[in-house]
Design a protein around this ligand. Structure first.
Ligand code: G3I
Length: 344
């Protein structure tokens, strides 16, 4: 038996799946998912840029594949995401002259977008990352197009719309770096304001793109407790562990300009060293020990991918780097980290 069975009485174990996995093109990965995972999230296929055509029309093929895959394998399905500045074309927010559209116009677009997609999958998607990454790297509200046009109210709007259409769906606020001090406090303050205004937010999605050397377990634990104290269910939504030392405490823009990929500088181009692999395994073990300790507060732990070959980190922060952040290797074999997590 696999992780699914081992964690049955603790929390759901999820994986983000890309479009080719969702359309059943990788029988070996399908087999892993059947054995090890109880939940799935679409890595890209429900984002605005994936479901909408340039003229605003709808493209359902990839999202439908994801839903069919989830249904076929009896998986808890999480939608990702309804309002996010990423992978959303500028034309959503700006007119032909390049000026921002009026608040009422953006509100109308959000209404159409959210009610359509939430309505289409009502009763089949169990949860939504309703709003994604609204707090910036400076711990202030991110000056995204959504925010610049509608202010913080864009968040309220997204949650209310989704809740009206599918009152049973569990709605989460999802963000990165919020498992560490600084952004944690900013995010907790935002959630307090949302709750005070009666916004139907039920869960916090801690993405948890972490590294082998941080953030510390005590920092992550503080975050679990802080969000649970606000009355929120805790979800780890995008877990992966970078074998390179922490870079996330730099602003993202700086990361991508500072690191230029040179194969000869990639320390793990031809495989992980034993030392690095051991570090990865111990890190996964300590993380899952912490999650188990707080299983009463945690609903789900989702990994951002199944096997290393398909991880987004292969392109981040340096395009083309070789990354090893997941539980299955490039040949889709379980890693030592997998066995350690399974044995807990
Ligand atoms: O679909 C096109 C394809 O047609 C084209 O040939 C190819 C060439 O580059 O690009 C494809 O699109 C890429 C897409 O992933 C699908 O593979 C985009 O360039 C690429 O930018 C996109 O990256 C995704 C990223 O979000 C975008 O911001 C990653 O796969 C996805 O893992 C990542 O996920 C995010 C979460 O949604 C939010 N939290 C952070 C997380 C990691 O960045």
């Amino acid at each position: 038996t696999g992780l699914k069975e081992a964690y049955r009485d603790r929390f759901l174990i999820g994986a983000a799946i890309n479009t080719s996995i969702a359309s059943g093109k990788h029988p070996d990965i399908t087999e892993i998912i059947q054995r090890d995972f109880s939940s799935v999230t679409p890595e890209n296929s429900m984002k605005w840029g994936s479901v909408r055509a340039a003229d605003g029309g709808w493209k359902w093929e990839e999202a439908d594949h994801f839903m069919n895959f989830a249904a076929q394998h009896n998986l808890h399905a999480v939608g990702h995401t309804l309002a996010w500045h990423g992978q959303t074309p500028d034309s959503v927010f700006k007119n032909a002259k390049g000026d921002y559209i009026k608040p009422a116009e953006l509100t109308k677009k959000m209404e159409e977008h959210i009610t359509t997609i939430v309505g289409r999958y009502k009763g089949k998607l169990h949860a939504w990352d309703a709003v994604n990454e609204a707090v910036g790297d400076d711990n202030q509200m991110r000056k995204s197009h959504y925010f610049n046009i509608l202010g913080e109210q864009f968040i309220d709007k997204a949650f209310h719309l989704a809740h009206e259409v599918d009152p049973k769906a569990h709605l989460m606020y999802n963000d990165y770096n919020i498992e560490r001090g600084g952004k944690r406090e900013a995010c907790a303050e935002l959630l307090k304001r949302l709750k005070k205004r009666g916004v139907p937010v039920q869960g916090i999605g801690i993405q948890a793109h972490v590294a082998v050397d941080g953030p510390s377990i005590s920092d992550i634990e503080k975050s679990i407790v802080a969000y649970a104290d606000l009355g929120l269910r805790v979800h780890f939504t995008e877990l992966d562990v970078d074998v390179l030392p922490q870079v996330w405490n730099l602003p993202v823009a700086e990361i991508s300009t500072r690191f230029e990929y040179k194969p000869e500088r990639d320390p793990f181009k031809s495989g992980l060293t034993k030392e690095a692999n051991d570090k990865l395994s111990s890190r996964y073990e300590e993380l899952f020990k912490l999650f188990i300790k707080h299983k009463d507060k945690i609903d789900r732990v989702t990994l951002w991918g199944v096997s290393d070959d398909a991880s987004w980190l292969n392109d981040f922060p340096i395009r083309g780097r070789t990354a090893y952040p997941l539980l299955f290797d490039r040949k889709r074999q379980p890693k030592d980290a997998y066995r350690r997590v399974l044995a807990l």
